[in-house]
Design a protein around this ligand. Structure first.
Ligand SMILES: Nc1ncnc2c1ncn2[C@@H]1O[C@H](COP(=O)(O)OP(=O)(O)O)[C@@H](O)[C@H]1O
Ligand SMILES: CC(=O)OP(=O)(O)O
Ligand SMILES: [Mg+2]
Length: 399
């Protein structure tokens, strides 16, 4: 069974085509810095590889390019896209829907209701789903929502301290996101550690970032809340923020609430702090050249990761492994080093040379560190592909 998985990130588009008989990846593609004047595009189909910089305006363009690559007569692997059994989506906010669903009008409506809550994610997903539904009306499209993995978070860490009637009536609570990534890390960390009941902190740091505390493979605490704008500072989205600053901003700027929210979700986060860029690579370069605001953004990001990490270590009564993943987690060696610095008292000791040398999967704890420090490249797509197969084979819900 062939399953194509589309991962529309806040700064990227990634896809993988799997043969699910053995989970072999037949093709993969990635577009980085989507929407920037120049995006970096990579494709790997069997032995054929291509890498180039070109403008990719939005996720719609990237989805169309993916279909063209897969069905290209020269190097493609599909005669026609309908050879795939399903297209799976690493869908973000389903609000009242959490789990895995065949995309229909009800699913699109549920996502649409959350457009304002997930402005960087839900609108492009809905557009891509509609485009593909129109082009391939007989092909099952499957949405695997990111919130599902966090259903095991206990109530005291899930509830906001708001009037009960809002929480109960409108389901206002911490949902948590990056479920596919944290679920993958839970599984892979258990394999690497050789035990299923480890206490793990999964640090998914990328265009969007979140930490999840995992015990026995289950999410017990996570940093994102009702929406993916919360928790850590995101690339250009605000992170945790005090809603009582809003009336003051509205009064001083003359902007409407909608306009202020739009700015918080597109000009905040690392971009807001640095007044320069939401991309860690740009910030590291600018900070090295002496730009103070870029250094502030880097420091604030690291501080926030450490603050949440501390809360998670206390919540779990210790930590057996801290895992870094996502674009920043996998490639940002300075962020990793700074996040784990000066924690020897807690049994967390970094091997700086090992950290600098990591490419792909590896570890960077020093001998004697009680906590293992790991880098594990995430594979959100294989999690979604497995969920698609389960969904297609579920006799109770034949889609
Ligand atoms: N070499 C690098 N060093 C540090 N950070 C990097 C590097 N490459 C990419 N990044 C960061 O990773 C982010 C992309 O993360 P990723 O998880 O792939 O994307 P998304 O959140 O869109 O799914 C970029 O915005 C950038 O901040
Ligand atoms: C919340 C989420 O899925 O974020 P991203 O895809 O941008 O990493
Ligand atoms: Mg992502």
């Amino acid at each position: 069974m062939l399953v194509l998985v589309a991962n529309l990130g806040s700064t990227s588009f990634k896809y993988r085509l799997f043969d699910m008989s053995d989970e072999r990846c037949l093709a993969r593609g990635a577009v980085d810095r989507i929407g920037d004047p120049m995006s970096h595009c990579e494709v790997e189909i069997g032995d054929w590889k291509d890498e180039r910089s070109m403008p990719v305006a939005d996720h719609g363009v990237a989805v169309a390019a993916c279909l063209e690559q897969l069905t290209n007569p020269e190097h493609g692997v599909l005669k026609d896209a309908s050879e795939v059994a399903a297209i799976g989506f690493k869908a973000v906010h389903g609000g009242r829907l959490s789990g895995v669903f065949v995309v229909d009008d009800n699913v699109l409506d549920a996502m649409g209701e959350m457009n304002a809550a997930a402005p960087a994610h839900n609108p492009p997903y809905i557009a891509a789903m509609k485009l593909l539904r129109e082009r391939f009306p007989d092909l099952p499209l499957i949405a695997a929502f990111e919130t599902d993995f966090h259903q095991t978070v206990p109530a005291p860490r899930r509830e906001y301290a708001i009037p009960r009637e809002w929480a109960d009536g409108f389901h206002i609570r911490r949902y948590g996101f990056h479920g596919a990534s944290h679920r993958f890390i839970a599984g892979r960390a258990a394999e690497v550690l050789g035990c299923n009941d480890a206490r793990v902190i999964s640090c998914h740091l990328g265009g969007s970032s979140s930490l999840t505390a995992i015990v026995g493979g289950k999410s017990v605490m996570t940093t994102m809340g009702m929406t993916p704008q919360t928790g850590l500072p995101q690339n250009n989205r605000v992170g945790d923020f005090d809603p009582f600053a809003l009336p003051l901003i509205i009064e001083k700027t003359g902007l409407t609430l909608d306009e202020v929210l739009r700015k918080l979700a597109s000009e905040g986060g690392l971009l807001g702090l640095s007044d320069r860029s939401g991309d860690m690579r740009d910030l590291e370069e600018a900070a090295a050249a002496g730009d103070e605001k870029s250094q502030l953004a880097l420091d604030a990001f690291v501080e926030e990761v450490r603050r949440h990490m501390g809360g998670m270590i206390v919540a779990m009564g210790g930590v057996d492994a801290i895992v870094f993943t996502g674009g920043i987690g996998e490639k940002g060696k300075d962020v990793r080093k700074n996040v784990c610095a000066n924690l020897e008292e807690l049994g967390i000791v970094v091997d700086v040379d090992a950290n600098d040398a990591i490419k792909g999967e590896g570890s960077f704890h020093a001998t004697g560190s009680r906590t293992q420090l790991l880098v594990i490249p995430t594979n959100e797509e294989v999690i979604v592909a497995r969920q698609c197969v389960e969904r297609l084979q579920d006799p109770r819900n034949p889609g």
